[in-house]
Design a protein around this ligand. Sequence first.
Ligand code: ZN
Length: 70
Amino acid sequence: MSEDEIGRGAKIEPLRKAIPCPECRRPSQRDHYPFCSNRCRELDLSRWLNGSYAIPVADDEAKADYSDED
Ligand SMILES: [Zn+2]
């Protein structure tokens, strides 16, 4: 069995299936998949760029979420 066959046949998930945002565990949005918002996507990206968890996510997580919807 080749890797190619596995990749194609194994797992087809329905589009609507919501997975938790890797950053904040809220349901992901299709526009920002697999994140819930562009903010979380950028957080994740900057985390990779910094190579650490140095960003103080916890502090602004509570208040920032309601201002990021359009
Ligand atoms: Zn999120």
